[in-house]
Design a protein around this ligand. Sequence first.
Ligand code: ZN
Ligand code: ZN
Ligand code: FE
Length: 764
Amino acid sequence: MGIPITADPVRVRADVRGTVQGVGFRPFVYRLAAELGLAGWVRNSPGGAAVEAEGPAPAVAEFLRLVCQDRPPRCHIASITHTPAAALGATQFEILPSDRDGPAAVSVPPDLTTCPACLRELFDPADRRFRYPFLNCTDCGPRFTILEAMPYDRSRTTMRHFPLCDRCRAEYEDPADRRFHAEPVACPACGPRLALWDPAGRDLAAGDDALRQTAEAIRAGRVVAVKGLGGFHLLCDARNEGAVAALRRRKAREEKPFAVMAPSLAWVNEQCGLSAEEVRLLTSPEAPIVLLRRRGTAGVAAGVAPGNPYLGVMLPYTPLHHLLLADLGFPVVATSGNRTDEPICTDPREALDRLGGIADVLLVHDRPIARPVDDSVVRVVLGREQVIRRARGYAPVPVPVGEPLPPVLAVGAYLKNAIAVATPGGVCLSQHLGDLETAAAAEAFARAVEDLPRFVGVRPVAAACDLHPDYQSTRYAGRCTMPAIRVQHHYAHVLACLADNGLRGPALGVAWDGTGLGTDGTAWGGEFLRVTDDGFERVAHLRPFRLPGGDRVAREPRRAALGVLYELFGPLALAHTHLPPIRAFEPAERRVLGAALANGVNAPVTSSAGRLFDAVAALVGLRQEATFEGQAAAELEWAAEAARSDEAYPFGQDGAAVDWGPAVLEVIEDVSKGVPAGEVAGRFHNTLVEMIVAVARGVGEPVVALTGGCFQNAYLLAGAVGRLTAAGFEPVCHQRVPPNDGGVALGQALAAGRQLRTESSPCA
Ligand code: ZN
Ligand code: ZN
Ligand code: FE
């Protein structure tokens, strides 16, 4: 749109959409207008931000150009539309109070790690915020975790409990100051404070004393609960075997690896030898936990990540963490303060209840946390970021989907639940909410389904959910007044993967995971789906087998192995007592399971790739019983990685069923011959890769989307990407959206949104 060149002042109204709140956009606009000598105003609007600028035409044009070009680093402008307005003869530029009316299409700002300028102040004895654990500015600090409603203003954050002191107010109101309109601004005089409690909630110390005593307790080998940004962590000295063992015992967490907060990037580099992308992720504003390959196992106690070639590491990301780690100078275990797969605990009183039996002392503060937000977990695969748990720093930034979707709420799956809302700016995916079987996750889910649509200013017209009728999320969708649209689990996985790569169908989706209900009523999990804009076709799947013992199978790889052997040998499977999984059962157990398999009772049919991995891990003798989900499959991956075999086993294709039978027969033979487990594991992985290539050749779609929890397996993923590329295909994998069930809600929103768009009546 051209602006007339005249000597008279012109006035332009600009409406800006995108992530513009909580990222220093208004102060930036203010300073820009001041530099160019323009009058007018800027304010947050439910739709993003609105600006009016008045002055000489060339200056206004320059202003509009620079608003886009020089925007703050964390600001993403999705669109900016400007319209001429009548000049008012204004002489001042102002930041106006937020406009609460009008259409909403806003990105909720994510939490940002402490910026370099704030860090300098934190450790500067001459600064008035020296060692103040809650300092922040327009470039950093809490956002989503303190936000109660949009638009983003202090009065709608939990910082509303802390009236600004005169000095903070002066900074907040001074356009030249870094804290100009920094909503969570605080100082020791007016802001939140620390307190140290014993497990009964009695005060032990306050302020800097509390911090120093916390460091002392960690040094002494104690377990400490620390209230952070999105919830509580449990911390202990990561080098102290006894402290780590005590934490495991009290948390009843046997072997699942703990994450570590490192004292410095140099320490991490020494332990893990970082790639450029890994450095970028560790030091990014999102500051996630990065899964890193360890050089050795020194540096931390063996109990931190037993038998695990990877270590989950993050750097301090709040002023409180920076102070603590600087005082300590060594790595600490930093695990969510809760039971596994529950969302993180946020309230100090609740923490006494839930963590009082685990922690020796609790470091708390009085800045309320608006919602639980866990640490995100990412890794680098094939040189690129792959998010495994999407939470702090990533949520609820919208995922662009390149097509208009009606306002749909997607309630996700069951494990690793996250929900999503389709907005004009993309699909907003919530933070990781946890496994819905836990009460805390169910509560976080209930809050999120109320919270997120309101936040992004969307009134949903339908609820997308899984096909599985027994998931709490599906039941919730059924209880809603709006229509429920059921979306097949693996179809949702594939759509999520494509959207994560800026693609839509047609494509071949390879969706491999533990389990998801199929359209034929059986448990799917080793699926090849041809996906188009209109839906999907199940073009192939792994050969189905029965899982004896239902729910217990996920924790007992030997049961998956028994199911696989039963599929091949029938009742004779039970006689294979020379094989580790069969040997691992008591004779009485064998009889019960044999009867279950023979009668098909409590032995559901599945095509699950995840369970096939478990079965092979058990067959090669790696693990018969797991202490956490996916443990056996991960160990099979590590064994394969160590052996690096090029060979593959034969497999068959019987109609749509891809037959692993010939491969498993050779696995059994190799095991009997004493071939090392790693070698067998490598050949088995390579076989699965060849299966994918064979099906891709048969289907002929150029794009192949690799999705589902199994593609957290880096050996499988790298193998499939390599072989597919060599065969002329265009494989795509997950990046900013998890391959596991944490990404399912995005696919549900897309499937349901498309269905609504093409239907005349929005009823499912
Ligand atoms: Zn800062
Ligand atoms: Zn203050
Ligand atoms: Fe899944």
